[in-house]
Design a protein around this ligand. Sequence first.
Ligand SMILES: CC(C)(COP(=O)(O)OP(=O)(O)OC[C@H]1O[C@@H](n2cnc3c(N)ncnc32)[C@H](O)[C@@H]1OP(=O)(O)O)[C@@H](O)C(=O)NCCC(=O)NCCS
Length: 154
Amino acid sequence: MPKGARRFAPGDVERVAALERAIFGDPWSRRSFEEILGFDHLQGFVLDDKARELTGYAFCSAVEDEGEILNLAVAPEHRRKGLGKRLLAACLAWLAERGAAKVYLEVRRSNEAAIAMYLAAGFGTLGVRPNYYRKPTEDAVLMGLDLAARGARK
Ligand SMILES: CC(C)(COP(=O)(O)OP(=O)(O)OC[C@H]1O[C@@H](n2cnc3c(N)ncnc32)[C@H](O)[C@@H]1OP(=O)(O)O)[C@@H](O)C(=O)NCCC(=O)NCCS
């Protein structure tokens, strides 16, 4: 697992839900984070700073040979320090371990920072889902990564 990222645990639910509410207009509920803990095909990763404050989190799912990045965020004051990349790497390592060959995600069309991060990690753009998001309504860009091919090249 990449340095610093640890697995999401029950004690993280409150802080992750609070950061989620601070960042997203249409946040996941506290309960949805809690429920993730009960599913074997879902996994979360979190990062803390030296003061043990939560600096970011990521959630992914693995079903058969397909992986999905469900949610990923870094606290505004900690961005552009490589934390997003580290959380994504933690998810991809877990998905590879679970046998995912392809990994997919959706991202808001206007989210240039996230799209740049995913492109830098090797994801490609597969298409657009019109009006996929709410609050505000916006298209999603569907992105995908061939994890099996990436692993074979390493
Ligand atoms: C997207 C997000 C997770 C990136 O986190 P981060 O910790 O700042 O990202 P990193 O520092 O690891 O950056 C990794 C790469 O992403 C790209 N990137 C990140 N932020 C960027 C920005 N604002 N503009 C352009 N490129 C950016 C760069 O290629 C960067 O590599 P570099 O710093 O070597 O140039 C963060 O901006 C965030 O939490 N945004 C709000 C939540 C969100 O949009 N989540 C994604 C939902 S799909």
